[in-house]
Design a protein around this ligand. Structure first.
Ligand SMILES: Nc1nc2c(c(=O)[nH]1)N=C([C@H](O)[C@H](O)COP(=O)(O)OP(=O)(O)OP(=O)(O)O)CN2
Ligand SMILES: [Zn+2]
Length: 126
C-alpha cells in the first residue's frame, strides 16, 4: 500500500471581472472575494516530517495570487484570449504554482477556486 499525503492551504484575493459572451449579469463588470485552495501531494516526508512546509506553499501562492489581487482580471495577460472564469483562473494558478512548487517528491495536485460561498471549481491533471 502506497502512502500519500495531500496538503491543503487556503488564501484569498479580491478582483473584478466580466465574462464576455455570457448571457446574464456576469457579462457586466463585477467583483468577487475569491478563495483559492492549493493542494500539494507527496509520498515522502523530509527529516522534519513534512511533504513541504505550509509556509513555503503560502509564500509561492501569495506571490502568484498577488498579481491578481485588486486588479481587473480581464486586463491580465492570461485572460486576453479567454474569460477569467473560475475554471480558467484555477487552471492558470495551477500552472503557475506547479512551476514553482513541483519537485520529483511533491506536486501541486489540484487548485480549487471559490467565486463565492456556493460555487467553486477544482482543476487537476491526470
Ligand atoms: N462554470 C462557471 N459558471 C459561472 C462562472 C464561472 O466562473 N464558472 N461565473 C459566473 C459569474 O462570475 C457570476 O459572478 C457568479 O456569481 P453569482 O451570480 O453571484 O453566483 P450564484 O450563481 O451563486 O448567484 P445566484 O444569485 O444564486 O444566481 C457565473 N457562472
Ligand atoms: Zn463573477
Amino acid at each position: 500500500m502506497k502512502k500519500r499525503f495531500t496538503l491543503k492551504t487556503l488564501l484569498d484575493f479580491a478582483a473584478a471581472h466580466r465574462l464576455h459572451g455570457y448571457d446574464g449579469d456576469c457579462a457586466k463588470l463585477h467583483g468577487h472575494n475569491w478563495k483559492v485552495e492549493v493542494m500539494v501531494t507527496g509520498e515522502q516526508l523530509d527529516d522534519v516530517g513534512m511533504v513541504i512546509d505550509f509556509k513555503e506553499i503560502k509564500r509561492h501562492a501569495k506571490a502568484v495570487v498577488a498579481e491578481l489581487d485588486h486588479t481587473y482580471l480581464n486586463d491580465h495577460p492570461a485572460f486576453q484570449n479567454q474569460n477569467p472564469t473560475a475554471e480558467n483562473i484555477a487552471a492558470y494558478l495551477f500552472e503557475r504554482l506547479a512551476e514553482r512548487i513541483d519537485t520529483p517528491q511533491r506536486q501541486v495536485s489540484a487548485i480549487t477556486v471559490w467565486e463565492n460561498d456556493r460555487n467553486c471549481v477544482t482543476f487537476s491533471v491526470e
